[in-house]
Every structure is written in C-alpha cells, then in structure tokens.
Design a protein around this ligand. Structure first.
Ligand code: HEM
Length: 425
C-alpha cells in the first residue's frame, strides 16, 4: 500500500479524452489507460480508474460518496468550484442536491420515498404502452423517395421522451421544451473547461425555466391527483414527512433528464452495433429470445454514461494505493466495461455472450433507479426493429453529440441496403 506519484502527463491525457475527435470512438484511448495506467493520479486529489474491479470496488465502498460544499478537506480552488455549482443549482429554490447528488442519510430517505412511487409494478404496467408508442413511431417512419430514416429523430429520442413524459403526466404540447431544457442540462455534466460561457448561460436559463414549469404543474396535481408519477410522489411520505417542493422539482427534473437522454443513446448504439455486426444481427433475428442479452451487451459495449465520479469522504485503499480523504475519483465506465478481466474478447460485440456484466447502470447505493424501465424500452424497441434491420444499412457517418459524459448519437441515418426493396419499411 502506498501513495501513487502525481503524473502531470496524465492530466494532458485526461483532457485529451474530451477532445472532439475522440467521441466517435474513445475505446482505443480507454484501452491505453487501462493497460498503461489503470490507477492514475493526474494531479493532487484526482485519481482516474479504468479497470472493472477497481471501479466496482469504489462504487460499493461507503468511503466514497458525493462532495459536500462545506467539506473542510476541499482545496480552496475546489471549494470555490463546488460552491459555485451548488449555489447555481439551488438558486431557483429547487433542492440543490438531487438524489443522485446526495449522501446518506439524505440519499437513503429520498431513494426510499421515490421507490415507493416508482415501483417495479408501475414499470411493468408500462409495457403495452411502450409497445404501442414504438409501433406508432415506426409506422410514421418516412418512406420518402430517398428511403432515408433518422433513427434518433424517428424513434430513439421520441420514444423515451414520450414514455417518461406520460409516466410523469407531462402534456404532449410541452415535450419539445422539455427536450431542449434537458439537452442543455445534459451538457452541464461535462467538465467545466469544455463548457463555453454561452452554454453556461443556456444551462442556467434552462434550469430556471424547467423548475418554474414543474412548479407550475404541482398545485393542480395536489388538488386533484391523477395516476401519474408526480401525483404519486406528492403523496408519498414516511416518518420524516413528505418530499418538500424543492425536492419534488429536483426529482422530477432528474427523472425527466435521466429518463430519456440515456435511453436514447442505448437505442441508437444498439442499432449502430447491430448494423456494424451483421453476424450478430443474424443471430438475433434467428433467436429473438436473445433481445434481453443483446440489450445488456449494448450497455456493456457502448455505455450511455461514459464516466462517473466520487469524492473520498475518508481515506481508503484502491488496488493497493491509498486515496487520501478529499480526493476526487473519476471512473471510466466505458473502459471498465471492456476490461479483459470481465469477459473474453471484450472489444467484440456479441449478443450471444452468456453473461454480459457491466457498470453501465453504476453500482452501489446510486445504482440506476430507472434500469428496469430502460431495459424494457430497449428490448421493445429492438424487438420491433428486428424485422426491419436486415434490410437497412447506415448511411454516411453517424453523428455524435459533443457530450463526453452522456455520450450518444445526435443522428443515425439509415437507408435501404442494396437489393432490399424501396423505402425503410
Ligand atoms: C440506458 C439507460 C440508462 C443508463 C445507462 C443509466 C445510467 C445511470 C447511471 C450510471 C447511474 C448512476 C450514476 C452514479 O452513480 O453516479 C444512474 C442513476 C440514476 N438513474 Fe439512470 N440510466 C438510464 C436510464 C434511466 C431511466 C429511464 C431513469 C428514470 C426513469 C433513470 C433514473 C436514474 C436515477 C433517478 C438515478 C439516481 C439514483 C440514485 O442516486 O440513487 N435512469 N443511471
């Protein structure tokens, strides 16, 4: 056990991970981190992990959590940066810490209350509606003379937006605004140096508008609760009471953003991977029972959340190195999921893997609350796309969003493969 040396070169390498050319295929760079510097210390109080076992261990270890803005161990620069973020988040009266940003016991209470309303039964009941929405979106797929279809605009984006909006009871007419706010806020997860002043202003505005919008929805739901999740969240309480208005708004924002940005990436990446691996598409078409394993394999192979971080609440040991209290630990999930220690030939996409273990939904107390819903949507979308895919091919280069943390396709244009007959459908 010991202290790792700080390597300034790794700081440049870390910044390089966020350069625009990387987003289309960050995996060769991740492989270098994993093999050459699996536990890296680019500067004081900053560690980068890229092996599956190390990331899994940190996520399960209560020594690592979320940073509190008044933590005395923060260096002055860090403290200022954290305080700025928290103040910006709380400026609109919304709880500055969503469930995702909080530590126990706050996190335990919030998660318990939300889990009472967002139950597995509620997710299961959504299946017929997800089927119907998928069918209707695919039937609307343009069948124009050029037979092109943008999978993202046509299905991968509107499906999760419709599902999470219906779940929360957001009127159809309001959904485009929700997507715009969510897009702006998703970008805020990227490191500060990537975010322009213009983006920052857009994020502030989006947050204020989003919060005001949700606040406006609450009184009518309180007066006459429906069977939507917002009404259910208003109604839940435990011995500590109900959710405050700020907590409710923060939670709805989290669910709306987390509920669609990532699922959109899952559906986009699934189609891209299958069209790039015809033998796997053929295997899936021959045995649709593989749809569930295929969804897990996409999550392993190309996870929508590429990195997450934790704060060392006390000093702890990771892979034989001491990580001092007050350090930040970045976990490269995209690298961890392709760790050769996890599965054979991890860079190969195979829907026939017996077990596709992965960290795409995180691990430990913050394990994705929406995982069952994401899996349901991914499986239904794939099952309905399956008869169409063998006749399609990717048209041009896939276009990626600039986001590094919440990575995903902006557009994926599909066209008929030669000899496949006219149109997408
Ligand atoms: C493929 C789709 C999805 C992926 C890859 C994904 C990924 C993740 C990850 C990695 C985390 C943990 C972050 C961390 O530990 O720092 C997380 C947490 C969370 N996710 Fe998801 N997510 C997806 C879909 C959804 C959906 C559909 C919803 C809601 C309907 C949702 C709601 C949440 C919530 C509320 C948390 C916070 C849980 C907590 O702090 O206890 N997610 N998600």
């Amino acid at each position: 056990m010991g202290e790792l040396p700080v390597r300034p070169d790794d700081l440049r390498a870390l910044a390089g991970l966020f350069s625009p050319g990387i987003v289309a295929d960050p995996y060769p760079v991740y492989a270098r981190w994993r093999t050459e510097r699996p536990v890296a210390r680019p500067r004081e109080r900053l560690y980068v992990l890229s092996r599956f076992a190390d990331c899994e261990a940190v996520l399960a270890d209560p020594a690592f959590g979320r940073v509190e803005e008044n933590d005395v161990r923060l260096a002055p620069g860090q403290a200022r940066a954290v305080a700025r973020r928290v103040v910006a988040r709380g400026a609109d009266g919304v709880s500055a810490r969503s469930m995702l940003q909080s530590n126990p016991p706050d996190h335990t209470r919030l998660r318990r209350l939300v889990s009472r309303a967002f139950t597995p039964a509620r997710v299961r009941e959504l299946a017929p509606r997800v089927e119907a929405l998928t069918a209707s979106l695919l039937s609307g797929a343009p069948d124009g003379p050029d037979g092109r279809f943008d999978l993202i605009a046509g299905l991968a984006l509107p499906l999760p937006v419709a599902v999470i909006s219906e779940l929360l009871g957001i009127p159809v007419a309001d959904r485009p605004r929700l997507v715009a706010w969510s897009d702006a806020l998703a970008r805020s997860l990227d490191p500060g140096f990537l975010i322009s002043e213009e983006d920052r202003a857009r994020q502030r505005e989006a947050r204020l508008e989003f919060a005001a919008y949700l606040r406006g929805l609450l009184p009518s739901r309180r007066r006459s609760p429906g069977d939507d999740l917002i009404s259910a969240l208003i109604g839940v309480h435990d011995s500590g009471g109900a959710l405050t208005e700020g907590e409710l708004i923060g939670l709805c924002m989290l669910l709306l953003i987390a509920g669609h940005e990532t699922t959109r990436s899952l559906i986009g990446s699934a189609v891209l991977a299958l069209l790039r691996h015809p033998a796997e598409l053929a295997a899936l078409s021959a045995d649709p029972a593989l749809v569930g394993p295929a969804v897990e394999e996409v999550l392993r192979y190309d996870p929508p959340v590429q990195l997450i971080s934790r704060f060392a609440l006390r000093s702890a040991e990771v892979a034989g190195s001491t990580i001092a209290a007050g350090s930040f630990v970045v976990m490269l999930l995209g690298a961890a999921n392709r760790d050769p220690a996890l599965c054979a030939d991890p860079g190969h996409f195979s829907v026939r893997r017996a077990v596709a273990r992965h960290l795409a939904f995180g691990q430990g107390i913050h394990f994705c609350l929406g995982a069952p819903l994401a899996r349901l949507e991914g499986a239904i979308a794939l099952r309905q796309l399956l008869p169409l895919l063998p006749r399609l091919r990717v048209c041009g280069e896939p276009e990626w969003k600039p986001n590094t943390v919440l990575r995903g396709l902006e557009h994926l244009w599909l066209e008929q493969a030669p000899g496949a007959g006219a149109g997408v459908r």
